[in-house]
Design a binder for this molecule. Structure first.
Ligand SMILES: [Cu+2]
Length: 309
């Protein structure tokens, strides 16, 4: 069976070198060659039908490169230093932060008007993920967060890459065209067996921290899948190049599709550190979500793909 783990030919390595040095402006990259072919998106056994996880759609994928990990705070800082890019969250002056991540002080300040697990925090942005009293000093190797689609696209352009499409992302996550639910296979993660950075305990009040993290984990943590990719599921949602559309034929999905079209949402894949089987079972390869292009929050990041030229 065709597998994306197959190493590239020598000429493909040369192509990779060209693609990665051209616009990369000194920022390191760790792209892995992915062999294309006939692949698929979605699943025959959708769990969250309204998201459009089904039906399984056969698609052809070209050979491409995908970075082993999501873009880190360190790389994003390089990008900002080089280009002067101002993120949407910085421009807006606020971003969404998951309540549990806030400092004691910030929690106390926001508890009275809190209506959900998400809190609008003034001056929360990629440099200050939990607001002004936080920074990324000890988290330079963690995924950059509070980045919108516009920010992700601007970074991609800077390194001469782009965001992956859904089929590329799923193809890389499965390590080829086979049908597996997770990047590591089909085994269900549990509060004991942690394969990725998701929620452990009872969402949203108790996180047992069995995997070691309440919020983000380093971009390169846990085990890579067979093809070499880290944290494709869990940790942070990843912006994809596709618009969020629901193709499933169920009425619920059609309804969802109508909403998605009206709001022009963009597709994200992979789930985040907030996912849990009991509440938001979206740390599966086929799982998906749509967000408006200018939205950003503490559990959204991205990784970069490259074309062969
Ligand atoms: Cu989730």
């Amino acid at each position: 069976m065709e597998s994306c783990c197959r190493p590239p030919t020598a000429s493909q390595f040369l192509v990779k070198a060209a693609a990665l040095t051209e616009g990369s402006s000194g920022s390191h990259s760790n792209a892995i060659f992915v062999k294309g072919g006939v692949s698929h998106v979605g699943t025959r056994e959708p769990v969250i039908i309204a998201d459009g996880e089904g039906p399984e759609r056969k698609l052809h994928v070209r050979d491409f490169f995908l970075e082993a990990e999501t873009v880190t705070n360190e790389r994003f800082a390089d990008f900002v230093a080089a280009t002067g890019h101002v993120t949407d969250s910085e421009r807006l002056g606020y971003s969404g932060v998951f309540y549990s991540l806030l400092s004691k002080d910030m929690k106390a300040r926001h508890a009275p008007q809190r209506k959900s697990w998400w809190v609008k925090i003034d001056h929360a942005n990629w440099r200050h993920p939990e607001g002004p009293d936080s920074n990324v000093d000890g988290r330079l190797d963690h995924p950059v967060t509070h980045v919108s689609l516009n920010d992700a696209t601007a970074f991609a352009r800077w390194v001469g890459g782009r965001l992956p499409t859904e089929v590329e992302w799923e193809h890389a996550a499965r390590g080829g065209a086979r049908r597996s639910r997770y990047p590591w296979g089909n085994e269900e993660p549990s509060d004991e067996a942690t394969y990725c950075n998701i929620w452990q305990g009872t969402f949203p009040h108790t996180n047992t921290l069995r995997d070691g993290y309440l919020g983000t984990a380093p971009a390169r943590s846990f085990s890579a899948n067979e093809a070499g990719f880290y944290n494709l599921v869990g940790n942070v949602w990843e912006w994809n190049a596709d618009v969020f559309r629901v193709r499933s034929l169920s009425r619920a999905s059609k309804h969802r599709n109508g909403l998605a079209k009206a709001s022009a949402e963009q597709l994200l894949k992979g789930g985040s550190f907030l996912c849990h089987a009991s509440y938001c079972f979206r740390y599966r390869i086929a799982a998906r979500m749509g967000l408006p292009p200018d939205s950003a929050s503490s559990n959204v990041g991205f990784r970069i793909a490259y074309d062969l030229i």
